[in-house]
Write a protein that binds this ligand. Structure first.
Ligand SMILES: CC(C)(COP(=O)(O)OP(=O)(O)OC[C@H]1O[C@@H](n2cnc3c(N)ncnc32)[C@H](O)[C@@H]1OP(=O)(O)O)[C@@H](O)C(=O)NCCC(=O)NCCS
Length: 168
C-alpha cells in the first residue's frame, strides 16, 4: 500500500473489523438520501467482489465508498477491465470542509495501487447533484457525455477516471 504525504489530512483504508462500528455511525442529510442509501443498506452490498473503503481524518471515519469489481456485469457502459465506485459520501457533520475533494484527489493513486489490473473506474452521479459532480471533476473524473437512466431517482451522469494514465 502506498504511503500518503504526512501533511495529508485525509487517508483512505480498506474496511476492516475495527472500523466497522465507526462506519455504522456515518450518515448524510435528509435532502441527500436520494443520492446514497443509508449505511446499513450500503454495507449489505459487501462481498468478495464489492469492497468497503473508509475515509478518515485524524479523528477517525468521516466518509465511505464501495469499489465494485463486478460493475461491468451490471452496467453496460462499463468496460470489462474497469471497476465501479459506488455509495461515495462524506458524513453530514464533515461536509463542506474539503474532505470530498481531498479524497477524490487521492483516489487515482489509492485505487491504482490496490486494483492494479484494472484500467478505469466508473461512477454515476445524479443530474440533481451538481455538488458531487463538481467534486468528482476535481479528482480527474471526466463526464463521458452519456446519461444512465436506470436509477430510481432520475437520470445520472456517467463519469470515468483512468487508473493507468499518469497519476494526477
Ligand atoms: C458530494 C460530497 C461527497 C462532497 O463532499 P464534501 O466534503 O462536502 O465537499 P468538499 O467540501 O470537498 O467540496 C468539494 C467541492 O464541491 C463544492 N460543494 C460542496 N458542497 C456543495 C453544495 N452543496 N453545493 C454546491 N457546491 C458544493 C465545494 O464548493 C467544492 O468546490 P470548490 O473547491 O470549487 O469550492 C458530499 O457533499 C456528500 O457526501 N454528499 C451526499 C452524498 C452524495 O451525494 N454522494 C455522491 C453520490 S454519486
Amino acid at each position: 500500500m502506498k504511503k500518503f504525504n504526512s501533511t495529508t489530512l485525509i487517508t483512505i483504508h480498506r474496511l476492516n473489523d475495527d472500523a466497522f462500528k465507526n462506519v455504522k455511525g456515518l450518515t448524510v442529510s435528509d435532502e441527500q438520501v436520494g443520492f446514497v442509501e443509508p449505511i446499513e443498506q450500503i454495507l449489505k452490498n459487501l462481498s468478495n467482489q464489492v469492497h468497503g473503503h473508509v475515509i478518515n481524518d485524524t479523528r477517525g471515519a468521516v466518509g465511505f465508498f464501495l469499489i465494485d469489481t463486478q460493475y461491468a456485469n451490471d452496467y453496460e457502459f462499463c468496460s470489462q477491465d474497469s471497476i465501479g465506485l459506488r455509495s461515495f459520501f462524506i458524513d453530514k457533520r464533515y461536509q463542506g470542509c474539503g474532505y470530498g475533494k481531498q479524497t477524490v484527489r487521492l483516489l487515482q493513486n489509492y485505487l491504482s495501487d490496490i486494483y492494479d489490473s484494472y484500467d478505469d473506474v466508473y461512477l454515476t452521479v445524479n443530474c440533481k447533484n451538481p455538488a458531487a459532480k463538481h467534486c468528482y471533476e476535481q479528482g480527474g473524473f471526466i463526464d463521458i457525455g452519456e446519461l444512465y437512466f436506470g436509477g430510481d431517482y432520475g437520470p445520472q451522469h456517467i463519469m470515468k477516471l483512468s487508473l493507468k494514465a499518469e497519476l494526477v
